[in-house]
Design a protein around this ligand. Structure first.
Ligand code: UD1
Length: 384
């Protein structure tokens, strides 16, 4: 039983479900918790990633972290009483991840965690708490990069439970790239062949504090005097911008963009976002997944946070963690733009080990081997 709840779960679970469906002896069941529910935050990803409708939708909706997590636990707990799976598969670090992992562990159902072991070492991030707790109760931990293996070892998690398999997000990206090229958004924005940048912002630490949000957007508007910046805004970010009556940016209402300016628009679909990203000269973000996608695509990425839980995107990829100071962001962004203007060629992207589009098949092979007892595994709830 695989769980999706929030936007970034969809591209991790989609390739795994598709691979499971190729095996007659597996019976994949999909549960959507309903943590994200807007068409543009949820259904569009199902459509574009070719995921059939979930078998169950818990429809939990929004709320405080505690209320949301508790409601998912309550409803998922009821579900597993009715339809008890042999294993629960959770992805990433969102509230749905920890809520379902905790229910499964208490029900003595084996838990597999996709994208285990990542650590920002910043416990003020709700995701960091979700990561640590999910890994603590998981029986199988599938990791995307070497740092994760090390983090899990440091936390005393038996190495026999940990499998370094690569990155499912990259499986989705590799198969979507050909189709993404047909996305009409770039031409609609008049950006074909023109330099532009992309911005995403949704971390509570960046967008829930009015002063930080205002200073951040002011800095980005300065960058946008040199280049158009496309800003598909998360619903919470958009709401906070409206509530604070921030007017530094322009709102896109259709048609080609002018040669400069920060342009806010609704959340982009998966394919539109991939297409925008792969042709951008620079991406500014506080997202986790975008750091990985830009690394794979070889697009310079400025991460507007103090830490990253994905250090391989810095050591091997195109990512620069610039901190949360708007002035630093401005300086770094102008530096990247100067490089572009001087025509410095981008170096060919170097891709982290096993980010090759074949992670789902590795995971399914391991799941089956563990299940059939052909692979020793330390997970206490697994067959021996
Ligand atoms: C969640 C994840 C975050 C992930 C992000 C991707 C947690 C703790 N955080 O944050 O790690 O990077 O998803 O987007 O799980 N909202 C809507 N429509 C929706 C969904 C949300 O309007 O479809 C609004 C609601 O006002 C809601 C707010 O966004 O209260 C926040 O949603 P929530 O799921 O609580 O967290 P995200 O900020 O999206």
């Amino acid at each position: 039983m695989s769980i999706v709840g929030a936007r970034p779960n969809m591209m991790k679970v989609a390739p795994l479900l598709a691979e499971m469906r190729r095996h007659e002896d597996l019976e994949p069941v999909l549960v959507h918790t309903g943590q994200h529910y807007d068409y543009s935050m949820s259904q569009v990803f199902f459509d574009q990633l070719g995921v059939p409708p979930p078998d169950y939708n818990l429809d939990v909706g929004s709320g405080t972290h505690y209320a949301q997590t508790a409601e998912i636990m309550r409803k998922f707990g009821e579900l597993v009483q009715l339809d008890r799976p042999d294993m629960v598969v959770v992805a990433g670090d969102v509230n749905s991840t920890i809520a379902c992992a905790l229910v499964a562990a208490k029900e003595r159902i084996p838990v597999a965690h996709l994208e285990a072991g990542l650590r920002s070492f910043d416990r003020s991030m709700p995701e960091e708490i979700n990561r640590i707790l999910t890994d603590a109760v998981a029986d199988l931990l599938f990791t995307t990069e070497e740092s994760a293996n090390q983090n899990l070892a440091n936390e005393g998690i038996e190495t026999g439970k940990v499998f370094f398999v690569g990155n499912l997000m990259i499986d989705s990206l590799v198969s979507a790239l050909k189709v993404a090229r047909q996305s009409p958004l770039g031409s609609e924005l008049g950006l074909d062949g023109k330099p532009y940048a992309v911005l995403t912002l949704h971390r509570p630490s960046n967008v829930d504090n009015e002063d930080q949000l205002r200073r951040t957007l002011d800095a980005i508007v300065e960058v946008a005097q040199h280049i158009p910046i496309v800003f598909p805004a998360h619903p919470r970010t958009a709401r906070n911008i409206e509530a604070a009556r921030l007017t530094a940016m322009k709102t896109w209402t259709g048609g080609p963009l002018s040669n400069s300016g920060l342009w806010m628009m609704p959340p982009a679909s998966y394919l539109d976002f991939l297409d925008l990203t792969q042709h951008a000269v620079m991406v500014i973000t506080d997202s986790g997944g975008v750091q990985e996608e830009t690394t794979f695509l070889g697009v310079p990425c400025l991460t507007y946070r103090d830490t990253t839980e994905r250090p391989v995107t810095v050591s091997m990829g195109t990512n620069r963690v610039v901190g949360c100071d708007p002035q630093q962001l401005l300086l770094n962004a102008l530096e990247v733009l100067e490089d572009v203007q001087q025509g410095h060629a981008r170096s060919a992207p170097s891709r982290p080990p096993l980010w090759d589009g074949r992670t789902a098949s590795r995971i399914v092979r391991i799941l089956k081997q563990v299940w059939e007892g052909d692979l020793a595994c330390a997970g206490e709830r697994l067959p021996r």
